[in-house]
Design a protein around this ligand. Structure first.
Ligand SMILES: C[S@@+](CC[C@H](N)C(=O)[O-])C[C@H]1O[C@@H](n2cnc3c(N)ncnc32)[C@H](O)[C@@H]1O
Length: 399
């Protein structure tokens, strides 16, 4: 009998399926091995780089035989850039991998099998669908690098000139914005920061420069705006994974977003779904599943700018919307006030849902006197239901 594979072992196996996050899963000698950049049906050779008791991670050395779902990726830096994981799968295979990831999450975290299996619908636009990107800018020996973090080394930046999944108008602004940062960066400035660009349909391009030093961010924003001819705001970014916070005196750069009959305000730092066609399908599906009647009460627990909340409120549903981010909460308030112009004005909508320990709280939508909450652990623990959850603890607004 051969030795069980360990770190450094070279294995050959066929990839069986995709795991959440985009790695292929193979099982040489029964061991579950996650191998990035592989596709179902591929026969591969790989080296184990991390060995745990019941699973391992491996580096792909060679695709010995290509599986039927494998295609040439559309982006020249795919596999180097850490932004995308499954461009090497055909669009139908990408969709089935995503549907499987949703089903897996319900089975693993909520311990519920989804019946029927979820289906992932085809995107209206396979490329250039993102309305927003956040890029890293960094001073290097060769000049200013602007791009995404590298797949294999998240500390490295992969410079890009355009991103094929980002809106084309945004891509056109990318070069001039980068030139503005490059000409403006002074020796005492921070060596790294973030550049956020959004390009909402019909709204032009807007950008924000974020740096550990707010004065440097303000100056760089001015130079980037002059080069690109688009409005650029500024703020602070302190550390990897840390928030991008607009400076108190920086313009908030508002834009409008249409959903059905609504025309909603969305500030530069408010959350908006990255793919607006997919967002529309998502909101349609959520509203259809909810099927709320006028006069019924509904909680929108993580309301954002209030797309769902405002649509429901405009149909006479009593909505309680909760939103923690101050900017998004102010958009939510403004949007609700427009919808309810003839009725009672909304009270403050800025609040935070409680978290039970490290559990994420999702509220079931139809609210009654005794609310129910379903807590799903992002760390894989069992789901737990909380009943008789009292609204006053949320300090949320009702209108
Ligand atoms: C993914 S966005 C979804 C927004 C909206 N439902 C939509 O689909 O457009 C999640 C929102 O929840 C907010 N949020 C996150 N944690 C929260 C908490 N504990 N309490 C209230 N809001 C929270 C975020 O600020 C963000 O606006």
């Amino acid at each position: 009998m051969s030795d069980p594979p360990r770190e450094g072992s070279i294995v050959e196996a066929r990839v069986e399926r995709m795991a959440y996050g985009g790695d292929g899963v193979a099982r040489p000698d029964g061991l579950v091995v996650f191998v990035p950049w592989t596709a179902p049906g591929d026969r591969i050779r790989a080296t184990l780089v991390e060995r745990r008791a019941s699973w391992a991670r491996a580096r792909l050395d060679e695709v010995l035989e290509e599986g039927p779902d494998r295609v040439a990726p559309g982006c020249p830096v795919f596999g180097v850039c850490g932004g995308c994981q499954i461009q090497h799968l055909s669009p139908p295979a990408q969709r089935s991998a995503k549907a499987r990831a949703v089903a897996d999450a319900f089975e693993r975290i909520a311990r519920r099998a989804l019946e029927p299996e979820p289906v992932c619908e085809a995107a209206a636009e396979p490329w250039h669908y993102r309305q927003r990107v956040v890029l890293t800018w960094r001073r290097t020996a060769e000049g200013l690098a602007l791009g995404f973090h590298a797949a294999e080394d998240p500390t490295a930046v992969v410079p890009i000139h355009a991103c094929p999944i980002f809106a084309e108008a945004g891509n056109r602004a990318l070069g001039p914005l980068c030139r503005g940062l490059a000409v403006g960066l002074e020796p005492d400035d921070p060596g790294e920061g973030r550049l956020m660009i959004r390009a909402l349909p019909g709204e032009g391009v807007q950008a924000g420069v974020f740096a550990p030093d707010v004065e440097a961010a303000r100056r760089l924003a001015g130079l980037a705006a002059a080069q690109a001819g688009v409005p650029v705001t500024w703020g602070t970014w302190k550390s990897e994974g840390g928030p991008l916070s607009l400076a108190a005196d920086a313009p908030r750069l508002e834009a409008r977003f249409d959903y059905r009959e609504l025309n909603l305000r969305v500030g530069f730092d408010s959350f908006l779904q990255a793919d607006l066609d997919a967002a529309e399908a998502l909101y349609d599906a959520a509203l259809e599943a909810l099927h709320a009647e006028p006069g019924e009460s509904v909680i929108d627990g993580y309301a954002g700018i209030g797309v769902v909340a405002c649509h429901l409120a405009s149909k006479g549903v009593k909505v309680t919307a909760v939103e923690a981010h101050p900017g998004a909460a102010s958009d939510l308030r403004a949007n609700a006030a427009r919808v309810l112009a003839a009725g009672r004005p909304p009270s403050s909508a800025h609040s935070r849902l409680p978290q039970f320990g490290r559990r994420l709280v999702l509220l079931w939508c139809k609210a009654s006197k005794n609310l129910s909450a379903l807590a799903l652990s992002p760390f894989g623990g069992p789901a737990r239901a909380y009943h008789g959850f009292r609204m006053p603890r949320l300090r949320a607004s009702c209108w």
